[in-house]
Design a protein around this ligand. Structure first.
Ligand SMILES: [Zn+2]
Length: 550
């Protein structure tokens, strides 16, 4: 089977869009980009590829300041707490981010190198724009500081991107703007001179880029890009005349800050670099892995609502570096995930923290359900009752029955002969899993469904084998143990603790490849059991920080 790089062994750079450090991650956050990026990264490693999965904290977003004001804390304290919470939540969920980088001096110099290079290449323009303004507070209102109605879809929105329709909202585009930090404030408009990145100059190249990808990328992304690219693109703000953010280094815009979204690409480069350092590499520069000469496979996992930035602005910025950097091979997008058929809402308290979910439910079972219900093409729903029913009936019960039945068939220490026909079944099973994990046909929901299908099939075969004639039993057992071993290998990107437990026992083949199972004999092993609830785990009263359980 062809792998996503055509077998060329290109290094793999996986980016999960950096979460804003204005709180911990709830289940809706992790069910979209991060579980998917983790499963795909684990799959790539199981093919033997060189992978760095990176993400980081997006500290410069104005949402940090509005959340801090709502909570009565300082932005700096909120960032420090949120960064640690997000990092430990990733660990608790088994989302194995290699490069969750701190926002340190090397981070900042990577951002400045990136924007200064674009500035030196003459890619920015000085423009006078009209922005919402608070006369009472003497502040411009942009991004998360200003609310109003989206001029495209009329949904309640903030400045910048509309999360309902995914369109960009131009500087003074919000209808009936209001001040998030002071809702009674009267909002007016003032002009400001800022630096912008003229996206329109890249439209033809962006159209060519996206049309080349259109047959394999998810349809919602393709239709949004065609809609956005069918008319002139806006000037995207590189600087804002607001206080929160990294100070802009450009002589034309004294006192301004860099638009937080602009940090996205250099932040991703730095997080990737940090991940490579953790893996023992010593890259010469923080952007080394992204240099075009390395021809890396660059994959973004981001929510639909951020595609304007990730699929247009960031791609155009990389193009504007005039051949220095690789462009993304794939942008894998997700839709919204709801809780009990309502939007997740931190401010309304309608949420389940991801760390609380995996305190109650073993994370393999939680990951199985999040995969099965993944919001791949439309919004989907988390429900604790459905998790209990579906994961209980389709995974936990049949899985444990398979394990207990195989235990009755086990013949300790004796090599078990593998009959003709087993290899073909294993090859078929692996082929279907790989189809679900390859990016052109990526579907975690179908992958989780395959787990259900093969667990039920092997359980039924194992129960039949109990009635086999004694002299036929070793071969039946050899067939079943090897197929079960192959199944566990196929599900290892999802059921990470089952795989880790067998790896610890030396019972696990880490390569998702039919050749790895081309053997004449195998041995019995104990299938690790699953459970719907963590043993003795009442939900911890303190929502903070479990120690790492990776
Ligand atoms: Zn909208």
């Amino acid at each position: 089977m062809a792998t996503s790089d055509g077998g060329k062994g290109r290094p793999v750079l996986v980016i999960g869009g950096p979460p804003t450090t204005n709180g911990d991650l709830h289940v809706g956050h992790v069910a979209g980009p991060y579980v998917a990026a983790d499963v795909w990264s684990r799959y790539q490693r199981a093919l033997g590829r060189d992978v760095v999965f990176a993400s980081g904290g997006d500290d410069s977003q104005t949402y940090v300041t509005t959340t801090a004001a709502r909570l009565g804390t300082s932005p700096t304290e909120l960032i420090t707490k949120s960064w640690s919470q997000i990092k430990s939540t990733f660990e608790a969920m088994g989302i194995a981010v290699d490069g969750f980088a701190p926002t340190d001096d090397d981070y900042r110099s990577t951002v400045y190198d990136y924007v200064n290079r674009l500035h030196a290449l003459g890619k920015f323009r000085l423009r006078t724009v009209r922005l919402p303004y608070s006369e009472a507070h003497g502040t411009y209102l942009v991004e998360g500081l200003v609310g109003g109605d989206c001029p495209t879809c009329l949904a309640d929105s903030r400045g910048g991107i509309c999360e309902a329709c995914g369109h960009w909202i131009d500087f003074d585009g919000l209808l009936d703007p209001w001040n998030l930090l002071d809702p009674s404030d009267e909002v007016t408009y003032r002009e400001a001179e800022i630096l912008v990145f003229p996206l329109e100059e890249y439209r033809e190249r962006l159209i060519a880029f996206h049309e080349e990808k259109a047959s394999t990328w998810r349809p919602h992304l393709v239709s949004l890009m065609r809609e956005l690219l069918s008319k002139p693109l806006p000037d995207y703000p590189i600087t804002y005349p607001v206080a929160w953010g990294l100070p802009a280094p450009f002589p034309e815009t004294p006192g301004q800050t860099i638009n937080a979204w602009t940090e996205g690409m250099p932040a991703s480069m730095y997080c990737n670099h940090y991940g490579r350092l953790q893996q023992g590499h010593r890259p010469p520069t923080t952007d080394d892995a992204w240099r075009a000469e390395h021809d890396a496979e660059l994959v973004f996992f981001v929510g639909f609502d951020n595609l304007f930035i990730w699929a247009l602005v960031h791609v155009a910025e990389l193009m504007a570096h005039e051949g220095r950097y690789v462009l993304p091979s794939t942008i894998l997008t997700n839709e919204f995930y709801e809780l009990e058929n309502e939007k997740f809402s931190t401010s309304k308290g309608h949420l389940v923290w991801a760390r609380d979910l995996v305190a109650d439910v073993p994370r393999d079972v939680a990951r199985f359900y999040l995969n099965l219900s993944a919001p791949e093409h439309a919004r989907t729903n988390f429900s604790q009752a459905v998790l209990d029913k579906v994961a209980g009936e389709r995974l936990v019960e049949p899985w444990n029955e398979l394990g207990t039945t195989l235990a009755k068939l086990a013949v300790d220490g004796e090599p078990l002969p593998v009959p003709p026909g087993t290899q073909a079944r294993i090859a078929a099973m692996i082929s279907r899993f790989r189809h679900c994990f390859e990016l052109d046909s990526f579907s975690l929901s179908r992958a989780a469904d395959l787990v259900v299908q093969h667990t039920a099939r092997l359980r039924a075969d194992a129960q039949l084998a109990l009635t086999a004639e004694p002299d036929a039993l070793p071969m039946r057992a050899g067939d079943l143990f090897l197929q079960t071993r192959a199944l566990i290998t196929c599900v290892s990107p999802i059921l990470v603790d089952v795989a880790a437990q067998l790896a610890g026992n030396g019972e696990f083949e880490p390569r998702i490849s039919a050749e790895a199972f081309d053997v004449t004999h195998t041995t019995a092993f104990t299938v690790p059991g699953l459970s719907l609830r963590t043993a003795g785990a009442d939900r911890p009263a303190d929502p903070a920080v479990p120690t790492s359980i990776v």
